[in-house]
Design a protein around this ligand. Sequence first.
Ligand SMILES: [Zn+2]
Length: 273
Amino acid sequence: MIKNRIITLIVLLFFACTSFLVASEDGVKVKARQAGEYVIVDGINKNPFSITVSYGASYVNLTSNIELPLLFVLKPFSKKEILKLHIDKNKFSFKADYDWTIGSKDAEHDKNYVYRFPYKLGTKEMVSQGFNGKFSHYGKSQYAVDFNMKEGTGVYAAREGVVVQTKSDSNIGGVNRSFEKHANYVTIEHSDGTLATYSHLKQKGVVVKVGDKVQKGELLGYSGKTGYSQGPHLHFIVYKATDGKGRESIPVKFMSVKGVVVKVIKNQWYIAK
Ligand SMILES: [Zn+2]
């Protein structure tokens, strides 16, 4: 009996430690604990944005009527019980792993929403790469739009929402995927659960902070060429999570002085309205 208890504890402790270590840096924890005759798994999200988590586990001498793997959403700053397993025998084992990505898989983009061009009203900028652009707008970036922009040009919110991520400390950029992580950016979560990211901003070129509610047309920062970039431009993308690892981009409409632009065209100039 005593021996069995020790094994149980070791198994649980081992799991608790590894999951804690994996998760402590990024504000997400999915960890198991023993409560009486159950093992309970809690999902904890300490980030200011929703996340989508995929979770798999293998176990012995435990039972649950929930089928694995699981795919679920955790709201900002939330905690939720995601799995409860009955302990059938004292000698059990439980091993789990998970992935998560920013945003909710349940987000449904408002197709009628007309975005503002992300620069000053009445000014014009040229689209240097549109949807399905051959240089880098494919896969998860299929519906991104690049605007050619002189360094230091004001970048404005194309849609209202909450600032959920920013980076502004980088001064590094270049024409190679390895520069991707060096981009400065602002990410905004919209009311329909989709996200927008404004990238390549200049160093110290972010004027909003995480948690800020921003209105459509509010100044977010200043353009630059940090990250994976051929030259100064703004990369704008609206997207949602698909599972614990992936995301998909979403085509958006913009308002110009000539009316609604359903699909921007490369090398075309647009005046923001
Ligand atoms: Zn781009």
